[in-house]
Design a protein around this ligand. Sequence first.
Ligand SMILES: Nc1ncnc2c1ncn2[C@@H]1O[C@H](COP(=O)(O)OP(=O)(O)O)[C@@H](O)[C@H]1O
Ligand SMILES: [Mg+2]
Length: 227
Amino acid sequence: MNTKGGCGKTTVATNLASYCISQGLATDLFDYDVQGSSSHWLKARAGDLPAIRGVAAHKPPEAGITRSWQLRIPAQTRYVIQDTPAGHVGFDLVDRVNESDIILVPVLPSAIDIHSTANFIRDLLLVGKARARNKRIAIIANRTRVRTRSLNTLERFLSNLDIPVIAHVRDTQNYVRAAEQGIGVCELADRTAQKDIAPWESILNWIQQYDNETDAGPASVTLPVSV
Ligand SMILES: Nc1ncnc2c1ncn2[C@@H]1O[C@H](COP(=O)(O)OP(=O)(O)O)[C@@H](O)[C@H]1O
Ligand SMILES: [Mg+2]
């Protein structure tokens, strides 16, 4: 999540989904953005690749099914990744926070992005009451080239709040090339993408340290109710 557009929410959602599935972890990708970028990514994905279950959560349920059936999570699903839109405030923010165990916030290393991300983190903590609800929050520094002074300032602000920066994602056309094919950088065949796998491995490792805390056994399944 991040209210700022273009900071890498869809890039993080899709690459993390791709990395999880490449590790054999059944993954659902919920698209809450009306722009449908991650649904679009999933449509471009070849049928012979490990399947990621997509849910166009931004759309109303199809005729004959309920919203809870549309958003149901199959028992075999290990992770649900939610891709959220920009400008996510008020009740939507509260809903997304309530439905998540972990909130990943991508940020670009520009002064404007860092300023708006600091405001978003405040909203998460104040409006979304993320800390009171025991949600884990982490930052992903996206499109990093060099360390900027504003990134250092953000890291200081975050360390005061005890929010870690868990990965640095390189600025590279590999993300653009992968996105076009409905894959993540970890699924790109060429060697230049090898070093881009590390941040996704770090993010999954960070998430997995909380697995036992958040895992209450198989996910509950909501039974269909016809309407
Ligand atoms: N690390 C990166 N390197 C190169 N391009 C990137 C990177 N992260 C994002 N992009 C590109 O920037 C644009 C915006 O990213 P996106 O993930 O769609 O942002 P958001 O979902 O937050 O609006 C996309 O075209 C995406 O391919
Ligand atoms: Mg997006």
